[in-house]
Design a protein around this ligand. Structure first.
Ligand code: C5J
Length: 221
């Protein structure tokens, strides 16, 4: 069965049996004051603002019985998977692995690395911990998607131009057709979000498609 989801730059044709939802890095470290994003001087409010929409998208996929996969950007406690070039980047006082108000920054198992409670993974939903910006880098995501027989992804999460875009590009190169939910993704920089939405859809979907959550769920229902 092929459905057409109204999307930019043209409708996204999908066989829902091959479609899953990938929610990127909706973690306290990016969304809350005291976390990694805030330590870099960012205002976290634009990221918090999309929580209800991501929740609605999650609820839609769960109700349809389609797979939902979550990611978290975080590192092992010994930082053995954090390249020095990543840890040393920037001029912030607090670095990855340092103790901040939400525990050790971007370290697995610390309070800051958790997905915000409103979007908590349900039992059985895979959670991919990733040391990089792209979710395919040094993770088992590709194998997981193959095991689940997924060939198409709806993407949501933060931040649009960093981890979401990196992951969408990696997925596209691996042969997955990607649809980014425009109102379920956010950036600390609204202009970077807008630029990303424009650049992924340019040249007749060079990286993929974009559509609002209501259009995605409306077509799938
Ligand atoms: C960043 C992310 N921005 N999840 N991570 O460092 O986009």
């Amino acid at each position: 069965m092929t459905l057409r989801i109204p999307a930019a730059p043209y409708p996204f044709a999908t066989d829902p049996a091959t479609l899953g939802l990938l929610v990127i890095d909706m973690q306290r470290d990016f969304l809350e004051p005291g976390g990694f994003g805030a330590s870099l001087g960012n205002d976290t409010r634009p990221l918090r603002a999309i929580v209800p929409t991501v929740r609605y998208l999650l609820a839609g996929f769960r109700a349809l019985g389609r797979p939902v996969i979550h990611t978290r950007e975080c590192h092992r406690a010994d930082l053995s998977d954090c390249p020095p070039a990543k840890r040393e980047r920037g001029r912030s006082r607090l670095r990855i692995g340092d103790r901040g108000p939400l525990g050790r920054i971007l370290v697995a198992g610390e309070p800051g690395s958790a997905i915000v409670p409103e979007l908590a993974p349900r039992p059985g939903e895979p959670v991919i911990d990733k040391p990089g910006k792209g979710a395919f880098c040094r993770t088992g995501l590709d194998n997981l998607l193959r095991d689940l027989r997924l060939r198409q992804l709806v993407l949501a999460g933060v931040t649009t131009e960093v981890c979401v875009q990196s992951t969408m590009r990696e997925a596209n190169d691996r042969g997955y057709a990607c649809l980014l939910a425009t109102d379920a993704t956010a950036s600390y920089f609204p202009e970077f979000r807008a630029a990303t939405l424009a650049m992924v859809t340019a040249q007749d979907a060079i990286i993929g498609w974009t559509a609002p959550t209501a259009a995605i769920l409306g077509a799938l229902r």
